[in-house]
Design a protein around this ligand. Structure first.
Ligand code: NAD
Ligand code: TDX
Length: 347
């Protein structure tokens, strides 16, 4: 029986990773450690919370003593670290929160693993989940490889870059068995409706203006969240210690084109005349330091471990819209704040 600690499991990507591990590996004990910030929602895991191999721990990774005690108590064999402050706009408003959770929180986890694993590193792995935003911004051509120098621009990406450096420092200095992956923008069910796609789905449905930053010309690469979870599973089990992998969807969209595509799908599904919701598009002041373009070269992951995205974007996008329309209660419980009343099952 392996004991795996997954941090940030009540969030968007974390909940998909927890579900995959709990259902695919009944012989693992999965510990979901989450502070339940505004972004943590245990309703995301309602379907698996009664599984005998699933445990929830409410804790803050910034609290180093608690984290060390949890490592002592549970003797985790592996860590998949997703907990983070994740929204760029919030990082512009309040950078310190991002330094505490993304940097100090990550170092607390590294430190606990170092202390507890020091005598026996066999079959241990500390897997840090990071973002393509650490590489900075591209112009019209080219893509980020694992060798692209770090060049973060937002407080969010600066904090994530810093956490990546600490992970490598713990590997190089203390031989901690670490792995890192840097992924592009995820989309799919359970994403907090502050991020572009779920926010715009909510707004279109309710005839609320769509705030498009700047001219809408920024480009993002979009990957279906379950494909990210599959990549995480593969990297956790197969990657050599000390390695880094980029993960991407090979699926670049200019924001305004993505938004128009979303409007087309939504108008059709809501029975509105084609293009009816285009009038909701409202160009607003650009995000400060807004990175122009991200693009990922994921060939290392494909060549070395055989991973490729499985979900075709047109299908994944349609499926995503359907999920939010069919799970209006989930969306409304966030908008109204009642999701905070959900009582979790704890260890
Ligand atoms: P999210 O904001 O949806 O979830 C983050 C989770 O972490 C929440 O459940 C929250 O409660 C928890 N958390 C926050 N601070 C904590 C703390 N101090 N202690 C314990 N738990 C805490 O984020 P997400 O979009 O699911 O992203 C997960 C990870 O993946 C992050 O590390 C992010 O940087 C990375 N990532 C995200 C994307 C993306 O497109 N969303 C892309 C690449 C990488
Ligand atoms: O209201 C909006 N209007 C708008 O034009 C919002 C919320 C966003 N945007 C633009 C900004 C970006 O160019 O849409 C694009 C996507 O924005 P977000 O959904 O905020 O994502 P992004 O800033 O690209 O970062 C995401 O992908 C990488 C995640 O939030 C990060 O956690 C991840 O690391």
């Amino acid at each position: 029986m392996k004991k795996i600690l997954i941090t940030g499991g009540a969030g968007f990507i974390g909940s998909h990773v927890v579900r995959l591990f709990v259902t695919k590996y009944p012989h693992y004990e999965i510990f979901n450690l989450d502070k339940l910030t505004y972004a943590g929602n245990l309703e995301n895991l309602k379907d698996i919370e009664a599984s005998p191999n699933y445990h929830f721990i409410q804790a803050d990774i910034v609290d180093g003593d608690t984290i060390l005690n949890l490592f002592k108590k549970h003797q985790f064999d592996g860590v998949i670290h997703l907990a983070a402050e994740s929204h760029v706009d919030r990082s512009i408003e309040n950078p310190l929160e991002f330094i505490y959770t993304n940097v100090v929180g990550t170092v607390n986890l590294l430190n606990a693993a170092k202390v507890i694993w020091k005598d026996n590193l066999t079959d241990k792995k500390f897997y840090h989940i990071s973002t393509d935003e650490v590489y900075g911004s591209l112009s019209d051509s080219g893509s980020f490889t694992e060798e692209t120098p770090y060049d973060p621009h937002s407080p969010y990406s600066a904090a994530k870059a810093s956490s990546d450096h600490f992970v490598r420092a713990y590997h190089d200095t203390y031989k901690l068995p670490t792995v890192i992956s840097n992924c592009s923008n995820n989309y799919g069910p359970n994403q907090f409706p502050e991020k572009l796609i779920p926010l715009f789905i909510h707004n279109i449905k309710n005839n609320i203006p769509l705030p498009v930053y700047g001219k809408g010309i920024n480009v993002r690469d979009w990957l279906y969240v379950e494909d990210h979870a599959l990549a995480i599973d593969l990297i956790f089990h197969k990657a050599e210690i000390g390695k880094t992998y980029n993960i991407g969807g090979n699926n670049e969209w200019k924001n305004i084109d993505l938004i128009k595509q979303l409007i087309q799908i939504m108008d059709r599904k809501l029975g509105r005349p084609e293009g009816a919701s285009l009038s909701l598009i409202t160009y607003v002041t650009d995000r400060a330091g807004h990175d122009l373009r991200y693009a990922i070269d994921a060939s290392k992951l494909k060549n070395e471990l055989g991973w490729e995205p499985t979900v075709i974007f047109t299908e994944g996008f349609e499926k995503t819209v359907d999920w939010y329309l069919n799970n209006n209660e989930w969306l409304q419980s966030i908008v109204s704040g009642t999701y905070k009343n959900y009582i979790p099952k704890k260890v």
